[in-house]
Design a protein. Structure first.
Length: 336
């Protein structure tokens, strides 16, 4: 199978490229330059550089012709803060591209599509009490993204959305997304304060396996909640502290109302700067205080995800985040 990966040079796109190439598939990547220094890619992978937002329909079609598979491995997540209206910003990168690219892909003869989404779409379905879609622009964009993907699926055009949780792993030369949390934990002295709850997670390598599995196995339309490991915040932060060189740092579990108070301060500070995030932090506090766990039988097992070392992946993410903070290595930023 010949597969175009939009976002092919990124952490997840590169893992997908390896998983696909190792199974004999041909991979084309469309990415923003530059390639991360020292990052490894399959020797057979063909790189095209540029923004899919700037390419004409004819240029995108030229890349898609001859491809049987398409992976949309780009977009923006909830950590991005921007000027209002924030929902329009998320729609620009997570939704509008699919409205344009999927019809082009279908017309070009693509038969299998994988879209990288968010596990918040899963919890929007199973936790109606939290009103996730109504309260958080980022989550609303992801729910809408799935609706767009589903609307284009049909006979001969299979579309899978991977509802991805926390992802750990590194790519040489690329700044990890986890710098923000390392900075936050460093600033919590002498103890770390966090609410109860926890999250599902996977390694970047496992995401590559999920993409391969979805391309080879999915039929019709399906959203797959992806989670292989379920850790409490206390368990996860313990690994962070160990990697940061402070394994004995105490973690104090605070009630959700107290955590919410802190988020109000953060949100008000951002508003004074004219910035809005994808999550309404005070309304999101109860979600942080919940166990956002996912049974691996819902998506990981059907797509063929294999066991990996999550502690090793978290540790590598933290250590590379420290390198980025200290400027000890040249790294490119995560890109849309």
């Amino acid at each position: 199978m010949k597969v175009l990966i939009i976002g092919g040079s990124g952490l997840l796109g590169s893992e997908a490229a390896w998983a696909l190439s190792n199974k004999g598939h041909q991979v084309i990547g469309l990415s923003l330059p530059p390639l991360p220094r020292d990052a490894a890619f399959p020797s057979s992978m063909v790189h095209h550089f540029g923004s899919y937002l700037d390419l004409s329909d004819e240029e995108l079609t030229a890349l898609l012709v001859g491809c049987e598979g398409l992976v949309f491995a780009t977009g923006v997540d909830e950590r991005v803060k921007t000027v209002p209206p924030v929902l329009d910003f998320y729609r620009k990168y997570n939704n509008e591209p699919l409205k344009r690219i999927l019809p082009l892909a279908k017309a070009a003869g693509v038969r299998h599509v994988v879209v990288l989404g968010s596990y918040f779409s899963h919890f929007n379905r199973v936790w109606p009490r939290h009103n996730l879609e109504q309260n958080h622009p980022y989550i609303k964009s992801r729910v809408e993204q799935e609706a767009i993907a589903k609307s284009h699926a049909g006979p001969g055009f299979d579309v899978a959305v991977l509802e991805l949780p926390y992802i750990f792993g590194t790519q040489p030369g690329r700044k990890p997304v986890w710098v923000f949390l390392v900075v936050m934990l460093r600033g919590m002295r002498p103890f770390a304060f966090f609410p109860p709850g926890g999250t599902a997670m996977v390694t970047a390598k496992q995401v590559g396996q999920a993409i391969l599995g979805a391309l080879e196995r999915n039929t019709g339309y399906q959203a797959y909640p992806i989670g292989f490991y379920n850790l409490t915040w206390r368990e996860m932060l313990g690994i962070f502290h160990e990697a940061m060189g402070c394994p004995n740092k105490r973690i104090i579990t605070i009630p959700v109302w107290m955590f919410k108070t802190g988020t109000i301060f953060i949100q008000n500070r951002d508003k004074k700067k004219g910035l809005v995030g994808g999550l309404d932090l005070p309304k999101f506090a109860p979600v942080m205080g919940s166990e956002a766990f996912i049974d691996k039988s819902l998506g990981s097992v059907p797509l063929g995800i294999e066991e990996d070392d999550i502690k090793k992946a978290i540790t590598a993410s933290v250590k590379q985040s420290l390198q980025a903070m200290e400027g000890s290595a040249s790294m490119v930023e995560m890109q849309n």
